[in-house]
Design a binder for this molecule. Sequence first.
Ligand code: PEP
Length: 279
Amino acid sequence: MNAANKKINFYFWAQLITYHLSLITQKMRQQIVAGNWKMNKTLDEGTELIKSVLEKLEQRPRGPVVFATPFPFLLAAAKILKVRKGFYLAAQNCHHEEKGAYTGEVSVDMLSSVGAEYVIIGHSERRQYFKETNEQLAKKVNLALGKGLLPIFCCGEPLDIREKGTHVGYVAKQLKASLFHLPTAEFRKVVIAYEPIWAIGTGRTASTEQAQEMHAAIRVLLAKKYGKDVADGTSILYGGSCNAQNAPDLFRQPDVDGGLIGGASLKADDFVAIVNAMK
Ligand code: PEP
């Protein structure tokens, strides 16, 4: 082999190895379906619901399925879920301080000690009714990641902002304020849920075009901050009146990576149909 051929050969192998290494290190994003039960169900009703979903889903789902139960059910839910691959447990909230004199609150350590793997942070109901601020949410994100819990970070605009057409900037501000301090390795663990407030619990879903537009805009924002690999590897869920009928169309959008489901996660058949809508 002459010198020129050797050189070509070397570049060929170097490129092939680099390509395969990039495939290994690149986190491919996954579709996720998470059910947010909010303040619904009793312990018996909740455990029945989980058992019924597991029974109806005989095959392993195409992506992670997460149950965000109320705090008092986490331990019981963890026991049922730990024997099935592909199913995970989430808390709906955590406190922004590590521990201490915060009567009635629940810490990240407590959540992981009962088996929670994810935690929803910044749901619009927490922002609205409990006046949670971007700064507190940033602290919650830090604590969760520090203790090995994966944040499902919610963002989304109210109706007046949507009507003014400034929704992309509004959501960008929320993400920058509570997530963009994270170093890349930590940011990679975050799941984002875009939930337009006007669509939550109202029966008024964002159209597939509206969802796709915002999800794509979020991904562009992530690419600018963390690079294309990270942006492409981040799961961005849609939430807001997602149900068994509209989930297939929503999940088919290129930048919609599953859903955060409220009302429709409370009925086994509906939730199973949504899980089955994952691409
Ligand atoms: C939610 O609470 O996160 C949610 C999306 O609710 P719903 O599906 O009921 O609109």
